[in-house]
Design a protein around this ligand. Structure first.
Ligand code: PLP
Length: 437
């Protein structure tokens, strides 16, 4: 393999061929393409941390059940738009077992991934009340969700929560929600990109402020149970995955199959609409929906218009995985701990070589090791760090595109193979030797 740093002229030419001025400003897919090109032409394996793609095999119970469903002929039949009975049933059990939240089966609606869940949610929440038509993103966040807002023509506000953790969150949220034009607020916890996790106090604040201003909480649980500091995988036993749904009246939980169950390829998730929200109706919504409650509008208005439901066979797959979790036969968190081990190693290698972890704390606690982490080289902007790291065979994305005000990069550990971990440590060491002042 070619030694690092790579030949700068050759790398610069490949970057220029991609019509990119700065890798540190490129989108995730653009970074991917540039790195593909460098790998192809320069005999180097990159430590690739730019994409948040799960890297583990799909849970066996899911694949088996999905194959059986296909053999039984479900692919020939349109799925019911509100979901198969099995998946709705297992989701209510899952929500009770792992969040300690009671919801009826009607509340649990399959979607083609959380991505569609947020899209359908945005479309619906912004059309309930003429005056409340904006979203608030508690950032940093998943950049595509802002893209979803843009193409839907929905306005949004955003702030970086870095300096507003704990009790400070209340006043900050009030400053936005008191204006009266926010329909819903959006956040992920564990967070993409920063991997912080809101604690119970913060989630209670989110719920209480939402109730005070009659705002909907959109809680993105794409990384359900993946705060490995706690064991959230024992059914019906505390601790439970923390959630604002214990306090918020109007909420939607997005439970993705992609990361927790490594089911990204089949595009499956479930949204859980709280009963208060499900039954909510307004006169204004009639302009957009024939149905007159939120729950029916999101199913028979938004999801119908988007995809007429969710692929039939994978609903059986996800239901089987959830059943195995609910019955205590499968520990979905145990199988994901490889992400934790890799993150711990990589973060240590960075810190040992002069880098710093950007979002490093959950209030007074060290941030968890997991799917993502954020880092930077002191004295450089995030853009500069990424531009330089590319010469050292390391890729990531800049925090700039995530709504963060901090300088740094997001790294995803999932696609880094174990045999490249020592190579990573060597490369960051070399980087530090070449850059330290
Ligand atoms: C915060 C967040 N939400 C949603 C998604 C997308 O999930 P899905 O694959 O279920 O559409 C991701 C994927 O990276 C994510 O990080």
């Amino acid at each position: 393999m070619t030694a690092v740093p790579l030949n700068r002229e050759k790398v610069n030419k490949l970057i220029a061929d991609n019509k990119i001025k700065s890798v540190g400003k490129a989108s995730i897919r653009e970074v991917k393409k540039i790195i593909d090109d460098i790998e192809k032409t320069m005999d180097i394996r990159f430590v690739r941390m730019e994409m948040g793609v799960p890297g583990l095999p799909t849970v066996k119970q899911g694949v088996d059940a999905q194959i059986k469903a296909l053999q039984d002929g479900v692919s020939a039949i349109y799925p019911d738009i509100y979901g198969t009975a099995e998946l709705k049933y297992e989701t209510t059990r899952f929500v009770k077992n792992f969040l300690n939240v009671d919801v009826p089966e009607d509340s649990c609606i399959p979607v083609t991934g959380s991505m569609q869940g947020t899209f359908a949610a945005f479309m619906t929440v912004a059309r309930m009340d003429e005056k409340k038509n904006k979203l608030l993103f508690i950032d940093p966040g998943f950049p595509v969700q802002k893209q979803q807002c843009k193409i839907l023509g929905i306005d949004y506000e955003t702030f970086d929560v870095y300096n507003f953790r704990g009790k400070k969150l209340r006043e900050k949220l009030e400053s936005y929600l008191s204006k009266g034009d926010i329909a819903a607020m959006v956040y992920s916890s564990p967070n993409n990109p920063a991997w912080f996790c809101f604690n119970e106090e913060e989630l209670q604040i989110i719920g209480e402020v939402a109730n005070k201003y009659d705002v909907i909480v959109l809680e993105d649980l794409a990384y359900f149970g993946m705060d490995f500091r706690k064991d959230y995988a024992k059914p019906g036993v505390a601790p439970y995955q923390p959630t604002a749904s214990h306090w918020a009246k109007k909420y939607i939980l997005m439970i993705s199959g992609s990361k927790a169950f490594s089911y990204a390829g089949e595009r499956i998730g479930v949204i859980v609409v709280s009963p208060d929200l499900y039954n909510w109706h307004t006169d204004y919504m009639k302009k957009y929906f024939t149905q007159d409650t939120f729950g029916r509008a999101i199913v028979f208005g938004s999801i119908y218009a988007l995809s007429s439901g969710t692929s039939h066979s994978v609903q059986y797959g996800l239901a089987a995985v959830m059943k195995a979790c609910n019955d205590g036969e499968y520990d979905f968190v145990e199988g994901l701990k490889d992400y934790q081990r890799k993150a711990a190693f990589m973060k240590q290698a960075l810190v040992d070589n002069g880098f710093e972890i950007v979002y490093d704390k959950d209030l007074d606690q060290e941030i968890a090791d997991g799917f993502y982490f954020t880092f930077n080289y002191p004295g450089m902007t995030g853009e500069e760090t990424l531009n330089e790291l590319v010469y050292y065979g390391i890729s990531a994305i800049s925090l700039d595109i995530t709504g963060s005000d901090q300088q740094g990069l997001r790294a995803c550990v999932s696609l880094v193979p174990h045999d490249l971990l020592p190579v990573f440590a060597e490369r960051v060491k070399q980087f530090n030797i070449d850059h330290k002042k």
